[in-house]
Design a protein around this ligand. Structure first.
Ligand code: 5MM
Length: 325
């Protein structure tokens, strides 16, 4: 077993999943402001410390994805976030993309940036304790969208990122997110997700990315949030697993879903229903952001006296998702 494969398997095995706490400064600031907390560097640090010090987190979380700012911050006891996570048996990951920007010539579509200087940044993150990385590409469904050029450009960047990570000793989480925004049907989401994943695996092959040393982080196959289409948990589970069976090679050790704006409890139900569709060639787990920490942020609201309630809210979601596995 290669070192990368061993890390990837640790990330997705034993009923644990990955906590995405890597909101960019802009996103995290907006989330803090939405619950009445001033968006300062110190408040972002305090909030992230609350999240990672949740009691027994390591029983349901194998890895935490950090943003660059958090990666270089310390807990109150002086340990860096990667050091603390390692001490409690959780792998430290780092978001290495620098965000999704407008793609030239493709109105309304985005390309994720961050390849320049990535080899050197990876070496620095590895020295500071990172074992895996994350890069998120966003694919928008709309009138005539996504365009071929947006899908191609994004899967190309994902494959180049993945290759650089593996060269530097990090397991890449490869995240091609087909957004839930829009009024499209479940069938359309399935079609776009299938095409995106097909192109992604062609590109990973072209760039000689070692498939047993990645974790795929896709969207679940769901109707657009504005579609009004009524679907059951079983519909989503079946459509998602069928899409993945058609596109994801069995060499990939694990698939860790993003939640994408789904209600936290519904996302958990979807994850649970997929486990019933055995046999699956890969582990299926979670790499949720909002669906894990959303209720905790709501409960906290920046008040020290709400700390226990916030940690209990995160614990409840983490334990429920581990159980769903
Ligand atoms: C936690 O949010 C991540 C970073 O977002 P920005 O760079 O846009 O601030 C995001 O990539 C996240 O990891 C995935 O979207 C999964 O999170 P959700 O909330 O969709 O489960």
């Amino acid at each position: 077993m290669s070192a990368l494969n061993k890390i990837a398997r640790t990330m997705v095995s034993h009923r644990r999943g990955i906590l995405a706490a890597d909101e960019s400064i802009g996103t995290m600031s907006a989330r803090l402001e939405s619950v009445g907390v001033a968006p300062t560097e110190e408040n972002r640090r305090v909030y992230r410390e609350l999240i990672v010090t949740t009691p027994r987190l390591a029983e349901s979380v194998s890895g935490v994805i950090l943003a660059d700012e958090t990666f270089h911050q310390q807990l109150d006891d002086g340990r860096s976030f990667p050091e603390y996570l390692s001490d409690i048996g959780i792998l430290a990951g780092i978001k290495v993309d620098t965000g999704a920007k407008p793609l030239a010539g493709a109105s309304g579509e985005k390309i994720t940036e961050g390849l320049d200087g990535l080899r050197e940044r990876i070496a620095d993150y590895v020295r500071r304790g990172a074992t895996f990385a994350k890069w998120r590409a966003v694919i928008t469904i709309g009138d005539g969208l996504p365009s071929d050029r947006a899908v191609r450009a994004n899967v190309h960047a994902l494959a180049r990122y993945a290759g650089l990570c593996q060269e530097g000793g990090l397991v890449p989480i490869v995240e091609p997110e087909v957004l839930m925004d829009g009024d499209h049907s479940l069938a359309r989401c399935r079609q776009v997700t299938t095409e995106t994943l097909e192109e992604l695996f062609e590109e990973l092959d072209l760039l000689q990315v070692q498939l047993d040393g990645i974790v795929l982080k896709p969207n679940m196959v769901v109707p657009g949030s504005g579609s009004g289409e009524q679907v059951t948990v079983a519909d989503v589970a079946e459509a998602t697993v069928e899409t993945l069976r058609e596109t994801v090679p069995p060499a990939v050790p694990g698939i860790a879903f993003l939640s994408g704006g789904q209600d936290p409890e519904v996302a958990t139900e979807h994850l649970g229903a997929m486990q019933g569709l055995d046999p699956l060639p890969w582990e299926l787990t979670y790499s949720f952001g909002r669906a894990l920490v959303g209720p905790a942020l709501e409960a906290w609201r920046g008040q020290e006296q709400n700390r226990d309630a916030a940690q209990s809210a995160l614990s409840a979601r983490a334990v429920a998702n581990a159980a769903a596995r």
